[in-house]
Design a protein around this ligand. Structure first.
Ligand code: ADP
Ligand code: MG
Length: 628
């Protein structure tokens, strides 16, 4: 028999990664054991899943297990599994390259993440390479369950690796680590025991060290809730989530009818996407009768719940279902709906039970619920209850629910109002809330750009329309006494006519910028404000659209024309009504400036060069007049 030995170079990015692993991440080396055990467990899960449908099974007599062997004399640590194994090509592909795109930004992210918490390395799909944190040489002997010949992969983790055919191997993978001088204690029993206990106690296959089995194999989610200790839940969470900290929330529930479901879901303490890691993989694994059929399942929960970690097990699923088939499976869709609704209900319960803690959840993971509200019509109602926003009646930093708002609504109020702005202070100083303050009507402050999008999608809550206060059609003032009052005196009539001429004139002056100028029924102090003719296109939406147009290289296109409302009680406006008759040129500049100021208050863009130039002209005039 020819035993062929081939030498391969690691791909450039793999080299870089190995360099990082070997030279910068050795401070918390223990994680490499966890990574190798989790790879072994994955391989066993894959084998178990395949063997459900396979007609012939190679090395069928082997028990599904992980064995650890230590040799203190030779300084080796060996981890063996009887899982799915790897062919020669798989050894080359899986252990010679990085699964994810090996771009430099990805590597940079990885380094940053690993500096914060080395245990994150597994989440980047590069767990295997951690073997080189402790290993001077790593040997991987593997034989695939398809019975092709076995091979040995060997490397010292620097530039290259070799693959050699090895006869007589059993199914599965054996990883032999020749320990570095300063990593000898990984050949000691106490060390390995303590690490396995800490990290791997929930592995679904026995982990054996000599005669002893180090873990008690159990599917925690199938146990009775009353039989599970809090610590067990936490430990299990750390295991499935690869996490170092305790979870924020835990939901364990079972159902028998109409579907048999066991679900154990956790909300982590942190949002990793928030750390700039990019979109994360889903964290819930799908089992059928304790057999893993879809790890990090993309189908068992909607995408916007990807921050959840845990397990869903359903006996009703066919064991031999493929990942592809899962996507179109009606039963999976039903399970997804049941679990999603149950989880959203759980959140609502938590919000009532422990509002402070819920706000913590909201500030960390609210963004995902918002994503759900805009992308998943099916759960809008449930998500609507979970949304939180600051408001004119909330304390700063203590957002309220839409339900709270509805409870506080004035008896004759029909709509729920909101206004977007970068922060409380700027909203409260702006023109949009003036009438709300005066009439003591609560208004929600939407402080994130996405919020208007969310509320527009929601459309209504509890039968009440959600309405942006920068919309032109706000009915807020319709029953205002002042408005209904007949204009009696000559003075009032004259003032009314003056305003009418002023608005007409302003409309001409501002024709390029606004579709209409009108007398406001709701401004109290400010001279003017911008409102939106299309209630869906709030100013905040406009900003988002403008930013995305810019990104796509079409700045300035398709800008929708706004309306300008002016305040007939404001002194500047009253004076302008006279000025435009005597000095139209200067009045026009003032009108343009009023428009630009209102745009800025709406958070919209104006041409800064033009505005500054005009502003100086106006200022010069003020100074001149004053000097006289
Ligand atoms: P990940 O486990 O996130 O895919 P790793 O770097 O830990 O990344 O492993 C890379 C790949 O190598 C795995 O996806 C798997 O295909 C293969 N692999 C690693 N260990 C084993 C093993 N014990 N048995 C079979 N395949 C393995
Ligand atoms: Mg792995």
């Amino acid at each position: 028999m020819t035993v062929e030995k081939e030498t391969f170079e690691f791909k450039a990015e793999t080299k870089k990664l190995l360099d990082i692993v070997i030279n910068s991440l050795y401070t918390e080396r223990d994680v490499f054991i966890r990574e190798l055990i989790s790879n072994a467990a994955d391989a066993l899960e894959k084998f178990r899943h395949e063997s459900v449908t396979a007609t012939e099974i190679f090395d069928d007599h082997l028990p599904l297990e992980i064995t650890i062997a230590l040799d203190e004399k030779k300084n080796t640590l060996t981890i063996t599994d009887t899982g799915i194994g790897m062919t020669r090509a798989e050894l080359e592909n899986n252990l010679g390259t990085i699964a994810h795109s090996g771009s430099n930004t990805y590597l940079a992210e990885l380094v940053e993440a690993a500096k914060k918490d080395v245990s994150l390395i597994g989440q980047f799909g590069v767990g295997f390479y951690s073997a080189f944190m402790a290993g001077a040489t790593v040997r991987v002997q593997s034989r695939s369950w398809n019975k092709s010949e076995g091979n040995e992969w060997v490397s010292d983790g620097t530039g290259s690796y070799t693959i050699t055919e090895v006869p007589g191997l059993h199914r599965g993978t054996k990883i032999i680590i020749e320990l570095k001088e300063d990593a000898k204690d990984y050949a000691q029993e106490w060390k390995i025991k303590s690490i396995v206990k800490q990290y791997s106690s929930f592995v679904a296959f026995p982990i054996k060290l000599g005669e002893e089995t180090l873990n008690s194999v159990q599917a925690l989610w199938t146990k009775n809730r009353s039989d599970i200790k809090d610590e067990e839940y936490v430990e299990f969470y750390k295991f499935v989530a690869n996490a170092a900290t305790d979870p924020m929330y835990k939901l364990h529930f079972s159902a028998d009818a109409p579907l048999a479901i066991n679900a154990l879901l956790f909300v982590p303490a942190e949002n990793f996407e928030g750390f700039g890691f990019g979109k994360m993989d889903p964290g819930v694994n799908l089992y059928c009768q304790r057999i893993l059929i879809d790890q990090h399942s993309k189908t068992i929960l909607p995408e916007w719940l990807r921050f959840l970690k845990g397990v869903v097990d359903s006996e009703d699923l066919p064991l031999n279902i493929s990942r592809q088939a899962l996507q179109d499976n009606a039963l999976v869709a039903k399970i997804r709906k049941v679990i999603t609704k149950r989880f959203l209900k759980y959140l609502d319960e938590q919000a009532t039970k422990e509002p402070e803690k819920y706000l913590e959840f909201w500030s960390t993971f609210g963004i995902f619920l918002k994503e759900g509200a805009t992308s998943d019509y099916e759960y809008q109602k449930e998500i609507g209850k979970l949304l939180r926003f600051e408001s004119s009646k909330s304390e700063a930093g203590k957002p309220v629910s839409l339900a709270d708002y509805v409870l506080r609504m004035n008896p004759d109020q029909e709509e729920i109002y909101f206004i977007n702005g970068p922060n409380r202070a700027s909203i409260e100083a702006g023109p949009y809330v003036e009438m709300f303050k005066q009439k003591d009507i609560e208004i929600l402050y939407t402080l994130e750009p996405i919020d208007d999008f969310v509320l527009n999608h929601l459309g209504e809550f509890d039968g009440k329309k959600l309405k942006s206060a920068d919309g032109a059609d706000l009915s807020l003032a319709k029953d205002s006494d002042e408005e209904n009052k007949e204009k009696n005196s000559d003075e009032e009539k004259q003032a009314g006519e003056d305003m009418e001429t002023l608005t007409k004139w302003m409309q001409e002056v501002l024709a390029d910028h606004v579709s209409e100028v009108s007398v406001s029924k709701r401004l109290v102090d400010s001279p003017a404000m911008i409102v939106n003719p299309d209630s869906y296109m709030t100013s905040s939406m406009e900003r988002i659209m403008a930013a995305s147009r810019k990104e796509q290289g079409f700045p300035g296109m398709e800008k929708s024309k706004k309306k300008l409302e002016i305040n007939p009680k404001n002194n500047l406006i009253i004076k302008l009504a006279e000025l435009h008759k005597t000095d139209a040129d200067f009045a026009a500049q003032v009108a343009q400036q009023i428009h630009d100021n209102a745009m800025i208050q709406a958070g919209l863009v104006v041409d800064p060069l033009e505005m500054v130039e005009r502003n100086y002209k106006i200022l010069s005039r003020v100074v001149e007049n004053d000097a006289l």
